[in-house]
Write a new protein. Sequence first.
Length: 185
Amino acid sequence: MLQKLLGTSFYVIEEGLNSRTTNIDYQAPPDRNGKNYLPPCLYSHAPLDLVVFALGGNDGKTYFNRSAEEIRDGMAELIDIVQGSKYGPDLNKAPEVLLTSSLIPLPIAETFKDENGVLFMKGAIHKLEKLVGLYEELAKEKKCHYLDMSRDIQSSEIDGVHLDLQSHAKFSRLVSKKIKQIVNY
């Protein structure tokens, strides 16, 4: 959707992965730690003009027992990796970073149990609501771009966590508009 909205003057590389975290490992499934994945991903796609982060929601899961501040700190590590790289234009500077706020789950999300019978999103709403402001502060601190999606995008009423088709389309429109502002297009 984002590629279609941006058109042929842009090339979108989609690297989304279900259950990806900022900087922590799941017991299972393996290989979802964004911090471990990010450096080779940047290198394999370089040069890059912009890296868009939409992460943090999975870090709010009950079994990670992370505070909003710990989630923010995980995102800070990812931003540092990008900003410390030379994978931007002409491979002589870092790409720009766009940080988007995490989506706020609907109350129904806190009632779902995982395969082990654990309420895996219990307490996530409050934690991720707090994370919105922490991400905005982080973006200012790290001098990166920020887009608060929590005001405009609602999680699906089916599971209260993921995006439905309409929300995905709206998310894409907002990100597209922000990207065009960033590159003065």
